[in-house]
Write a protein that binds this ligand. Structure first.
Ligand SMILES: [Mg+2]
Ligand SMILES: [Zn+2]
Length: 224
């Protein structure tokens, strides 16, 4: 066993050392736009943040398993002058309020031509997040909606799962090592659990649609 801080107040708790590729990851990093929240291109408005349908359930499952979760997000709108830096931070804060807290946040503010080390598909943010969490990048899993997310993971030595949206390119889906239909299915895969249990309906709406913010109809009884 080794230990690490989850970064939320100094607590230390043990995490088993993974013994193979089927072991649960030591940390899971999520892309933001199109993965945790519905993609609003160059969003600078916290009011437009909408979690995807299974984000809360997926994050709850990981947190319940004691696995720290983080966010790694490209925000080239900052470099392009389309998003004031303070607005990007306000959007992140809204994501944190709706889905957090996250153990680590990494945001690349650069453009594609800036040559930075952090913009996905480069591995900088995955490596930085792993370092800040005190875990080996090889024990990290990245969940994202495009090839750049998976390429960043691969370059860092991490595992990855693609959760496509309607705008994910077909070749990116074909090239992905693992594809799951929504965030909850992706996390179940990472935890070594099967798909929805017998008698348990698959989450409605897919991973990319907005969370309507209503109680789960499976537990809230007939709503209509
Ligand atoms: Mg994305
Ligand atoms: Zn960067």
């Amino acid at each position: 066993m080794r230990t690490f801080s989850h970064g939320l107040g100094g607590d230390i708790f043990p995490v088993p050392i993974p013994t193979g590729t089927t072991a649960p990851p030591a940390a899971v990093l999520f892309d933001r736009d199109g993965t945790l929240v519905v993609d609003v291109p160059y969003n600078a408005d916290p009011e437009q943040v909408r979690p995807v349908a299974t984000a809360r359930a997926a994050l709850d499952l990981l947190r319940g398993a004691g696995i720290p979760v983080g966010v790694v997000t490209n925000q080239s709108g900052i470099a392009r002058g389309l998003i004031p830096p303070a607005a990007a931070l306000a959007v992140n804060a809204r994501v944190n309020a709706l889905l957090g807290p996250f153990a680590v946040w990494c945001m690349c503010p650069h453009g594609p031509d800036d040559g930075c080390a952090c913009r996905k598909p480069r591995p900088g943010m995955v490596l930085e997040a792993a370092e800040r969490l005190g875990v080996d990048p090889r024990d990290v899993a990245v969940v994202g909606d495009i090839g750049a997310d998976l390429a960043a993971a691969e370059a860092a030595g991490a595992r990855s799962v693609l959760v496509p949206t309607p705008v994910t390119r077909a070749e990116e889906v074909r090239a992905a090592p693992v594809v799951r239909p929504d965030l909850l299915a992706a996390v179940r895969y990472l935890l070594g659990r099967p798909g929805p249990a017998v008698g348990e309906p698959a989450p409605a709406g897919g991973g990319w649609s907005a969370d309507p913010g209503r109680p789960d109809p499976a537990t809230a009884g007939p709503a209509r």
